[in-house]
Design a protein around this ligand. Structure first.
Ligand code: AVI
Length: 310
């Protein structure tokens, strides 16, 4: 039985994060409409290698991936967004019977799903609007088949360790004994490459980082001035992760739901972690639920696509 975490409101989460000893904000609040568009721009940047590398891995190995997935596959994708990488599988394979894209943003989800349904009429496409970080209740009306969860993009790298464990338990629950898990995992590499990917020369990642404050202003009626914060991305060797922070440029105060929060010059708001793993570390993390059966990487071993079975 998977324990379902209770949902907190954005206001509670923001207040909780900004009143702790190290100010922080949940990285999921990067993604309003503007933030999602800026993220799409990030994925096109020369310095941001994960997206194009994973896409190439998928394209180059699509047939072999298909053999591992088996027959009559029901592909389930939490946080599907534009379903961009999934199209490579839907196009390149003939063993996908159903596709369940899951996303919190309903309008976008339904429009992507209907476009996909037109492009792939032979596949049953059933979009599910849900926040997959809490739990996933699949519709009863699914076609018969082998359930495979597809989770590309190394989004797992943005999860804290307890969230990783909870998510793996949810995925194991969904796919059952006969299913599988296909996941993209970014790998440890030279620090310069990592820093460049999160500190791009055009300042797109900086705009993405600051957008979290605009999003909060709009939703909570706060008055953050994003220009009073600098973007900072650092490598934390001990935790093996890139951290993004917003560094306050001058002393000021912001009222959040009646609570006055003071910011001092030089003080940071921690906005995101992006963990990078070795293949061994990742295998160890998933081992209570899954066994890694196959790993595809690029020629520099920068990114991995991993096929796991319970
Ligand atoms: C979505 N996620 C995997 C991205 C990453 O690389 O951690 C988010 C991101 N943050 C800054 N650039 C991209």
């Amino acid at each position: 039985m998977t324990k379902v975490k209770e949902r907190k409101s954005m206001r509670d989460e923001v207040l909780y994060g900004l009143t702790g000893p190290q100010k922080s904000l949940p990285s999921k609040y990067f993604y309003d409409e503007r933030g999602s568009k800026i993220f799409d721009e990030i994925t096109e940047l020369e310095e941001y290698y994960p997206t194009r590398t994973e896409r190439d891995i998928l394209k180059q190995n699509v047939e072999e991936i298909g053999c591992h997935l088996g027959d009559e596959v029901i592909l389930i994708e939490p946080g599907s967004g534009s379903s961009d990488k999934t199209r490579i599988l839907l196009k390149g394979l003939n063993n996908i019977a159903g596709y369940i894209p899951i996303d919190i943003s309903g309008e976008y989800l339904f429009s992507v799903a209907s476009e996909l349904q037109k492009a792939f009429p032979e596949i049953t496409i059933e979009p599910l609007q849900a926040d997959y970080t809490h739990s996933i209740n699949l519709p009863d009306s699914l076609p018969e088949g082998r359930k495979v969860v597809f989770f590309p993009g190394s989004t797992i790298g943005n999860f804290k360790r307890d969230t990783v464990d909870r998510f793996l338990a949810v995925v194991a629950d969904i796919v059952g004994r006969e299913g599988a898990f296909l996941i993209g995992v970014d790998l440890k590499k030279e620090v310069e490459v990592l820093l460049a990917a999160y500190n791009d020369s055009k300042g797109v990642t900086a705009a993405f980082n600051r957008n979290i404050l605009r999003h909060i202003n709009r939703e909570l009626g706060t008055d953050f001035d994003p220009d009073l914060f600098d973007h900072k991305a650092i490598w934390n060797e001990e935790e093996s992760r890139i951290e993004m922070h917003l560094v306050c440029k001058e002393d000021h105060e912001v009222v959040v739901n009646g609570t006055c929060i003071s910011f001092r010059k030089g003080e940071c708001i921690h906005t995101e972690n992006s963990h990078k793993y070795t293949l061994e570390e990742f295998g160890e993390i998933v081992s209570p639920w899954f066994e890694v059966k196959k790993v595809w990487t690029d020629e520099k071993d920068w990114f991995s696509l991993q096929y796991l079975e319970p």
